[in-house]
Design a protein around this ligand. Structure first.
Ligand SMILES: NC(=O)c1ccc[n+]([C@@H]2O[C@H](COP(=O)([O-])OP(=O)(O)OC[C@H]3O[C@@H](n4cnc5c(N)ncnc54)[C@H](OP(=O)(O)O)[C@@H]3O)[C@@H](O)[C@H]2O)c1
Length: 374
């Protein structure tokens, strides 16, 4: 029997028993910790910034590696990434001074995504919940619960719709630019550049649904027939193979009331030159033609057309309109349910394809919503 009350004869065997007991306790505790860690260790494959691109990114600018997530702090979740949205702003985060934000060398490339919670130390999100937010270029995202929004897929609205027609940087951007900045009205002529892309495709369909006459500008005959045959645009202008000014004057003989610009550069001037005689609105959504050289952006030469024609040009960041999101979601969801709005997905499979998908965004190799399924 081990007794804490010892005499000289017993003290040696008591110390040995005590040391053995202590060793057992340490072994049990460390085995438990090891097992707990083994249970939560999740293999994550991620794409990170290896070096800053000089102009158009090349494959050597990106690194890919496997890392283990073996500690989930309180208030955090791990989401298995289902779909990542390939957005033009991602390119700007690779620069030293990005447009909205800059990623440090070695960090996972930022991207909006939708995913499903597989581990949770949050009292707000449970395993199985679908979430939307900056999940970034990886297979599994460890994020604070406050950094993501819970979303509820339903019949006819797949999880990937939250990075598509209902995504902040896609459908909601289209809605805000067209409705709140462009203030589109029934019967007006709307022109959209980058029209066959993710934002542009939604703008075309929203403008049609609101009774506008819609002209899309895109590169190539295939994209132009996608605009008129599949999206219902009234006319399409192929900026790669035709005289845009001439085609635009034919397609919009009374001038342009709303220009939703995704491209910038020379194309912006061409449309400014064809604005309606009075009261046109130009919504500057983006300028994808300028993102490879943000330190030397080409501004509009013909901005005086704004003064001549009593027109307005306004840039916007979608996040500044978050109070409008419920109205946008409600209108877009209804159009989706009634078959009046859809957005084809161009899917790149596997996280290793993330850099190629980014190149495609600038080479115009897709139409609709370009996404990566990790
Ligand atoms: N303001 C905001 O809050 C906000 C939010 C989200 C996105 N955006 C902007 O919205 C725009 C569209 O983004 P997205 O994600 O929907 O991309 P996207 O339109 O799906 O893809 C980009 C398309 O732009 C066209 N393009 C690329 N380089 C071009 C160039 N040099 N000249 C003319 N066209 C070019 C390509 O189509 P073609 O084959 O037709 O050339 C390409 O498919 C971007 O400018 C982005 O920055 C703004």
């Amino acid at each position: 029997m081990i007794s804490p009350v010892s005499n000289d004869d017993d003290s040696g065997s008591y110390s040995i028993c005590y040391l053995r007991l202590r060793r057992w306790v340490i072994m049990i505790v460390s085995t438990t910790i090891y097992l707990q860690e083994a249970i939560i260790a999740i293999e994550n494959r991620r794409v990170f910034i290896k070096q800053r691109p000089d102009g158009m990114p090349v494959i050597d600018d990106f690194g890919v590696e496997d890392v283990s997530i073996d500690n989930i702090p309180d208030g955090h979740i791990v989401a298995k990434v289902d779909t990542l949205s390939m957005d033009a702003w991602i390119r700007t985060t690779l620069n030293d001074a990005g447009m909205h934000t800059t990623g440090d060398i070695g960090t996972t490339i930022r991207a909006f995504g939708v995913g499903q919670v597989v581990e949770s130390k949050s009292d707000k999100l449970a395993v199985g919940d679908w979430v939307y937010g900056i999940l970034s270029a990886q297979t599994h995202a460890l994020v604070p619960d406050a950094a993501v929004t819970k979303v509820e897929p339903e019949e006819g609205i797949e999880p990937s719709a939250f990075v598509g027609p209902l995504g902040i940087t896609t459908g909601l951007t289209a809605w805000v630019g067209l409705v709140k900045v462009g203030e589109v009205k029934e019967g007006e002529t709307v022109v959209v550049s980058g029209a066959a892309g993710a934002v542009g495709s939604v703008v075309v369909q929203l403008a049609k649904a609101r009774g506008a006459y819609v002209v899309g500008i895109a590169g190539g005959a295939e994209k132009c027939s996608y605009l008129t045959e599949e999206l219902g645009a009234d006319a399409a202008v192929d900026y790669k193979n035709s005289d845009v000014a001439e085609q635009l004057a034919k397609a919009a003989p009374n001038g342009v009331d709303v220009f939703f610009d995704n491209v910038g550069g020379e194309l912006l001037d061409t449309v400014l030159d064809n604005l309606a005689p009075a009261g046109a609105r130009v919504a500057i959504c983006g300028a994808i033609s300028q993102y490879q050289h943000l330190d030397d952006v080409r501004g509009p030469k013909l901005y005086l057309r704004l003064a001549e024609r009593n027109a307005m040009m306004k840039g916007f960041v979608v996040s500044h309109y978050d109070t409008e999101f419920p109205s946008a979601v409600s209108e877009i969801s209804e159009l989706m349910r009634t078959g009046k709005l859809s957005l084809p997905e161009h899917v790149v499979e596997g996280i290793d394809g993330f850099p190629d998908a980014l190149f495609m965004l600038f080479n115009g190799g897709h139409h609709g919503n370009l996404v990566v399924k990790p």
